[in-house]
Design a binder for this molecule. Sequence first.
Ligand code: FAD
Length: 490
Amino acid sequence: MQRAIVVGAGIAGIATSIRLRAKNYNVTVLESNAYPGGKLHATENQGFRFDLGPSLFTMPHFVDELFELHGQNPRDYFNYKKKEVICNYFWEDGTRFSATDGPNSFAQEASRIFGESKERIEKYLGKSKRKYDLTAPLFLEKSLHKRDTYLNKDCLKAILGIGQLDIGKTLDETNKANFKSEKLIQLFNRFATYNGSSPYETPGIMSMIPHLEMHYGTYFPKGGMHRITKSLYLLAQRIGVEFRFSESAEEIMVERGTAIGVRTKKGKYASDIVISNMDIYPTYKKLLPTQEQPVRTLKQERSSSALIFYWGISKKFEQLDLHNIFFSEDYKNEFEHIFQRKSLHPDPTIYVNITSKEEPNDAPEGCENWFVMVNAPGNFGQDWDSLKSQSRKNIVQKLSRCLNTDLEQHIVSEFTLDPVQIENNTSSYRGALYGAASNSRFSAFLRHPNFSSKINNLYFCGGSVHPGGGIPLCLLSAKIVSELIPNNDQ
Ligand SMILES: Cc1cc2nc3c(=O)[nH]c(=O)nc-3n(C[C@H](O)[C@H](O)[C@H](O)COP(=O)(O)OP(=O)(O)OC[C@H]3O[C@@H](n4cnc5c(N)ncnc54)[C@H](O)[C@@H]3O)c2cc1C
């Protein structure tokens, strides 16, 4: 049986290992950390459980299909529940909007709160769907770097529909062309952050993202986000994938233009195929330093990072749900701080995720587990201690104002995660959450392909390569890689 080595047990690395087992490869996964999941990990602190990374779960069918591929019932491994309330939005002037599942109910309530006509909002969501339908089969589900991708009807449809994609405008300009309400524009601008970009730079085609949330829905995995990692890891073990934890790849061995294995401190592992789930930047800089470097791709602007406070809170807040957003009053300036000044705005947009709303055992009786995140610049060597302490003050003050409480007195436990730690924990260049930013209309084409055009038998999966970051796209990268790799019939 031919052997495949996967470098990294992030969600994309695990998914790739599961797909390659289905193709009859003998698969070994090398992972630097002592645990699987990469960014999709969790921890406990003083009686509170926290998911450390992703908190929003969409398109669960991409997870389910990994179990189905091996004839297993996904429900025997993990369960999830569709959320009726997608997100609660708060503004400082007291405006509050609860985004509910489904375009119809969303449009009805948004019309009431923001004073835009329901028809206009529905029309916008209809365009969002059309953009997704036109581009997803081409830009998300296939390699952008293979000729076959362009020789079919999906490509023709996308070319014919190019005028509807708003590629020549920014997301903010697109939203302003559709609405008058500044708050609704801000709400739809926020979807740029789903791939770590700025709405004032990313193209208007990103207005397809609300369609994913509203049409496919948002979900909460029973037991928390970490259940996704745990259940896929269990499946991978059961089907015979070998995991070697606390063992970093130090070199991808290449001989006469072909990848032949991986070297770690413990030894050399020969293999027929190598797949790197490590961020593409360090993959080239550390594992392939003597090979030709894809300079333009490696120079691509990185997505935003994040600063997260994990707070145990000694009170229950009935006005909050699983996902809550407290908007900045100066959104444009906030992104200017993140992407141009590489700093944090004094009035940040704050995301509060509370899994104990769904899983009461995630916090002690009468308490809640708050994951409090602000978008942050990548790590460029800033003074993070001072940025963090200033930001903490601003966040506590803003949440106290918006929730009409003295929040500080309710914080009973605390730890943080910053861009430096994200970079250290997962080797993500500059601590980017989603690999490269989509701040230009060419981003999709600059992202690294899922294979090497210079080195045979070398492939790439994960958030820093095509089609991009976030759980669904990482899972699609694993699917594209496995489709590029031939079946192992030996
Ligand atoms: C705070 C935060 C919030 C987020 N929120 C969301 C969200 O709500 N929804 C969403 O969909 N996505 C979200 N994301 C993004 C999402 O987590 C990532 O896109 C996704 O988890 C990336 O998976 P991956 O497999 O590409 O890589 P990673 O999770 O980065 O895993 C890469 C793995 O490779 C290992 N590795 C690196 N180098 C080596 C080496 N040399 N040898 C061996 N192993 C190595 C690392 O240790 C790591 O385990 C968030 C991310 C963060 C950090």
